[in-house]
Design a protein around this ligand. Sequence first.
Ligand code: SAM
Length: 252
Amino acid sequence: MKLSNRLQRIHDQIPEGSRMADIGSDHALLPVAAIRSGKAVSAIAGEVNPGPYDAACKQVSDAGLKTEITVRRGDGLDVISPDEVDVITIAGMGGALIASILDRGISKLKGVQLLILQPNVGEDILRRWLLEHQWVVVAEQLLEEDGKIYEIITAMPQASSPIANEEVYRARPLQGDVELTQDLLLRMGPYLTDRPTEVFFAKWKSEIVKLQGVVQAISRSDQDSSKDKAAEVERLITSLKEVLACLPKVKQ
Ligand code: SAM
C-alpha cells in the first residue's frame, strides 16, 4: 500500500510507538500505514459516515490488523475517551470543520500530546482555534500534489511545547514599514513565512486572485456594509502583496 505524499508527510510526523486516533479516517489508510511502520502501537479509526466506516472496517480486516486498529463509528472525538490516545490526526477536511471537531470534543483532548492536522482550506480558522485553546503550532508543512496545495499543521499543548505562542506569533518586521502581524501569521503560517518556498508563493498568488474575485463580487452590491467589506478585503490583499514582495524565496 503506497500512501499519497500528503498522507505520508502526516504519517512521518507521528512519533514512534504512539497510540493514535485518525478522525475522518475514510479508508483507514493512515492507521494501517502507521501500525505497519511502528509509528503507532494502537490506532482508532473514527468515521461518522457509513460508507467510509465500512471501507475502513474492510481495509483493517484485509490488512489483518483488527487487534491493533479499532474502527469506531461516530462524530469527531466522540469515538475516543480522555487519556486514550497520545496523537490525533485529522486530515482532508476544511479548517472550520476541524476546529469545530476539536471544540466539541475538547474534553477528549486530555492526555493528547500531538495534533497533526491537514485542513484543505480555512487554515487561519484552525490556527486561531489552536491559539485560543492553548495549543502551540510546533511545525508546518506545505506540499503540492496532483495540482493541489496542502498545509499540515502540527500542534502541542502549551504545557509541553518547547516554544510559547507569544514567540510563535510575535510580529516580525520586514523591509520598510512592512510587518508580518499576528493576523498575517495566522493566515500565512508562522513557520511557512519563515521559510517561504515556491509552493508558498504559488499558494498566495492563487489566494490573492480568489480574494480579488471576492472584492468584485461584493462590489456589485449597493449596500454600505458591502463597501466596508470590499475595502477590508482590499486592505488584506495589499498587506499580502507587501509581505510577499519582502519575503526571500527559499529552495525546497
Ligand atoms: N482523512 C482522510 C484523508 O485525509 O485522506 C479522508 C479525508 S475525507 C475527504 C474526509 C472524511 O471525514 C470523510 O470520510 C468523512 O466521512 C469524514 N468526516 C467528516 N466529518 C466528520 C466528523 N465530524 N467526524 C468523523 N468523520 C468525519
